[in-house]
Design a protein. Structure first.
Length: 136
């Protein structure tokens, strides 16, 4: 299984008629992006064995990279992690889940971020530059 497989689940859920469907869409779209980013870092030789919070570790690796595309991925992870936290843990009435608009945005932004990650991964020179852009 790949992390991006969660996008299929998100696509199924976004058509649902309830707040729970739309929250779950955001959750699964975030996990699609997060898991793909984590696995990419592992392929690139970056491990997280001693990290108490792998979500933060992955996000911060991307945010502190020197490469602007990696920073963009870090900002995407940061934004959607926050929204995923609201979807998961805040059971109060939240305006952003009154419709499926945010859920649709989550899917589209995850697709765009994964396309960027794929573009970096499949271009050898770009991939090498990205790997070198991470702080030690």
């Amino acid at each position: 299984m790949q992390g991006r497989d969660f996008l299929e689940v998100a696509r199924e859920l976004v058509g649902g008629a309830t707040e729970a469907h739309w929250r779950a869409t955001v959750i699964h779209a975030y996990y699609a992006l997060f898991l793909e980013c984590r696995e990419t870092l592992v392929r690139w030789g970056i491990t997280f064995l001693q990290q108490p919070n792998v979500h933060s570790a992955v996000r911060l690796r991307f945010l502190y990279a020197a490469d602007p595309d990696l920073k963009r991925l870090g900002r995407d992870l940061d934004r959607w992690c926050g929204r995923r936290n609201h979807a998961n843990y805040n059971l109060g009435v939240l305006r952003q889940f009154a419709s499926n608009r945010l859920a649709q945005d989550a899917i589209q932004e995850a697709i765009a971020a994964l396309a960027l990650l794929d573009a970096i991964e499949t271009a050898p020179a770009r991939r090498a530059a990205a790997i070198a852009a991470f702080p030690p």
